[in-house]
Design a protein around this ligand. Structure first.
Ligand code: M6R
Length: 588
């Protein structure tokens, strides 16, 4: 999973590419590179490491190039090194390619290329595309690219540049995102919309199997059979500033603090689309598919659906549904939840359920994303661009959308959502107190998070936040499961985060807290304000405002997000771009 950018026009090609690449760094950041056509020759610069390494090496470079492509990489084939970084070129240096995704049949293609005596320099699947285009080029880049797309298998997007046509870029997408940005006398290409916002707000997301031909004076889009396509231009309303840090040290902290606003905006957006939603009562059951944080919001929604609608539901790790024998029919509603709307596991699971007859409703944050376009119905979360790799505000936005959906026939329950922004604001005032715990907790080697019922998924989410940004091992558990094994892990060094609000499982949670104490564990609780019983068991008690049991996940997660953030920051780690991760995982 990588980020692609492209530019054609008479602006500063290099500056545009580098600025757009910086916005895409969240998609992968182990190496980056650019290719330009200068005086009829291909210029390529690439560097391992973050994009600032590329910027340093190009510092002061002037160029008259009228077209260029760029890439930020998250390795799938081949280790991280300059040779494997993109752009890749053909043997004569006439064609350059940037690629996102996986070419599944590349070994076979590589063998064919080697048999033709072509020198294959990198360990990537991407290099094959450059050689194939060179072999098939007969004077028209679009035609050559089109021919090559027929030879490639897998899920990918790529863009090509050629010395033969120095003011032209041709690109293609199959299951990986690609968006065109329209300018005046210049045009842009990127893997997502935020990368285009510094330059234009007029965008066209490419659909499955589409090719695009970019020149300074126009853009043409073609279907897989090369028939021309007319597409509506989308005008993006997002504020560029909202994609910047807004005074916070990290995007993650800014995004945590944005959550009260995100709930309100998501609700507003949902109200405006009410009439476009499917009727849940028309379905026999709901199947949720999602990954990571989005899966945790699905787990909470399952309880809401059972309680408020009496509709049976299943929650599937997206990566497990596609290859399962789960009987799915037209009586099922599949709800696919994804911040990016580009997560390959989620998309492919949702599509496979759709093929088996289900109706597909997606809940996405990125309007125009692949999942959005592939779905029968879509709900948008209106969280704005989320830059931190650790999902925070989009989780709260997903919960808002799911609660809204689950209470569709009960206005009284629905209106309770309006209480959430103020409750979150109140929890955010605890930031300094939570920060004060971080020096002690950052020396932890392993932590447990326990919860029950609606707050078991919150235990999972709290543990996920800690492990992904602080690299501390953390496990989320249904508290009742502790005695079946995990309790053996507890000793005086193990912090146990217990979410114990006064709900239907409160007494049980108190017993679990006692079990922790009996093993000399360090209990850190998240409970309602004034709960003296819980406080007496806790080494540290984080007190949140009282609310209805159904609403508690909206606020119990906030201290756990803050804790993970402050621990990682105390450790001096790269909070927004943790190692080995990428914001959007577009490979299976
Ligand atoms: O874009 P998606 O919601 O589909 O992403 C799913 C997961 O990759 C994502 O939630 C991931 O687990 C986050 N890094 C969690 O913070």
């Amino acid at each position: 999973m990588c980020g692609i950018v492209g530019y054609v026009g008479s602006g500063d090609t290099l500056l545009v590419l580098l600025e757009a690449l910086e916005k895409l760094e969240y998609r992968g950041y182990d190496s980056s590179g650019v290719a330009l056509i200068e005086d009829g020759k291909l210029f390529i610069e690439k560097k391992p490491g973050k994009i600032r390494e590329l910027i340093k090496s190009l510092w002061g470079k002037k160029t008259s190039a009228k077209a260029g492509i760029g890439h930020t990489r998250w390795a799938t084939h081949g280790q991280v090194c300059e040779l494997n970084a993109h752009p890749h070129s053909d043997s004569k240096g006439e064609f350059a390619v940037v690629h996102n995704g996986i070419i599944e049949n590349y070994r076979h293609l590589k063998e064919q290329l080697l048999a033709k005596g072509i020198e294959y320099r990198s360990q990537t699947d991407s290099e094959a595309i450059a050689h194939l285009i060179a072999l098939n080029y007969k004077g028209d880049l679009l035609e050559a690219t089109h021919k090559v797309t027929k030879m490639l298998e897998g899920a990918f997007a790529f863009a090509v540049l050629s010395t033969h046509e120095p003011e032209r870029i041709v690109a293609f997408r199959r299951s990986s995102p690609l968006v065109v940005g329209l300018g005046e006398g210049e045009n842009f290409l990127a893997s997502d919309i935020p990368a285009l916002l510094p330059f234009t707000r007029r965008v066209v997301p490419l659909s499955e199997g589409e090719l695009v031909d970019l020149r300074p004076d126009g853009v043409s889009i073609y279907a897989e059979d090369l028939s021309p396509i007319t597409r509506e231009v989308m005008y993006v309303q997002w504020d560029v500033i909202s994609a910047e840090k807004g005074g916070f040290k990290h995007f993650m902290l800014k995004e945590i603090n944005e959550q009260p606003r995100v709930v309100s905006e998501t609700i507003r957006g949902l109200i405006s689309r009410e009439s476009e939603l499917p009727n849940l009562a028309d379905f026999r059951r709901v199947i949720f598919v999602a990954c990571g944080t989005s899966l945790h919001s699905a787990m909470i929604a399952k309880h809401w659906l059972s309680r408020f609608q009496k509709i049976p539901s299943e929650v599937y790790h997206a990566s497990e549904l596609r290859y399962s024998d789960e009987p799915i029919s037209s009586q099922d509603l599949v709800i696919a939840i994804s911040q990016s709307g580009e997560t390959a596991d989620t998309r492919f699971a949702a599509l496979s359920a759709k093929e088996r007859g289900a109706t597909l409703l997606s809940i996405v944050n990125v309007v125009g994303s692949a999942l959005d376009r592939e779905s029968d119905f879509s709900l948008y979360t209106h969280a704005g661009p989320e830059i931190g790799v650790a999902a925070t505000k989009t989780f709260i936005a997903q919960l808002s959308a799911l609660y809204y959906l689950s209470t569709y026939n009960d206005q009284k329950l629905r209106q309770k959502l309006s209480l959430i922004p103020a409750l979150i604001e109140e929890v955010l005032t605890l930031s300094e107190r939570i920060k004060a715990l971080s020096p002690e907790l950052s020396s932890t080697k392993s932590a447990l998070y326990i919860g029950r019922y609606l707050n078991y998924p919150i235990a999972l989410e709290g543990a996920l936040k800690l492990k992904e940004i602080s690299y501390i091992h953390a496990e989320g558990l249904p508290a009742g499961e502790m005695k079946h094994g995990p309790i053996a892990l507890i000793d005086e060094k193990t912090p146990v985060f217990a979410i114990a609000v006064q709900d239907r499982v409160y007494e049980k949670m108190l017993s679990n807290a006692e079990e922790v104490l009996a093993r000399r564990g360090k209990l850190i609780s998240v409970g309602f304000k004034g709960d003296e019983k819980l406080q007496s068991l806790s080494k540290y008690a984080i007190e949140i405002p009282k609310t209805d049991e159904y609403l508690t996940p909206f606020i119990t997660i906030i201290p756990l997000q803050l804790l993970a953030y402050f621990i990682a920051d105390h450790l001096g780690l790269d909070v927004d771009q943790p190692r080995n991760l990428a914001k959007t995982v577009t490979v299976e």
